[in-house]
Ligand binder design. Structure first.
Ligand code: AMP
Ligand code: ZN
Length: 114
């Protein structure tokens, strides 16, 4: 999608701080980190929200979690623990409409989240 911020990162039109990449997934540091480690993991293919997933996307969504675990290990937060989440639409707090998994770690997370 030409006007999508995260698609522009996938194509390289905007250069994010990449921490992990494979054929299907890109992970980069959040520009406004809410924890010492705050990484966004996105599918390279544009999908707007969790509501837009098709059955054929099941593997791709699984790949986001696998990438998150790899990044957590790489960042040194895997054992202490970390949080992964996907915001969906207005009340979920979604601002960028290209599915992304947040990975946050390096501090104790509160519950429930705000
Ligand atoms: P969400 O609210 O779940 O849609 O999260 C969007 C996230 O994208 C926020 O945490 C922003 O800080 C982050 N973000 C926005 N613009 C950029 C950017 N240019 N590079 C990296 N992260 C960004
Ligand atoms: Zn996109």
């Amino acid at each position: 999608m030409s006007d999508c911020l995260f698609c522009k990162m996938v194509t390289g039109e905007i250069a994010p701080d990449v921490v992990y990449e494979d054929d299907d997934v890109l992970a980069f540091r959040d520009i406004n980190p809410q924890a010492p480690t705050h990484v966004l993991i996105v599918p390279k293919r544009h999908i707007s929200t969790l509501n837009d997933l098709e059955p054929d996307d099941a593997r791709l969504i699984g790949q986001l979690s696998l990438a998150a675990a790899k990044v957590a290990a790489q960042e040194g937060v895997a054992d202490a623990g970390y949080r992964t989440l996907i915001n969906t639409n207005r009340e979920g707090g979604q601002v960028v409409f290209h599915i992304h998994m947040h990975l946050m770690g390096g501090r104790r997370m509160g519950w429930p989240p705000g």
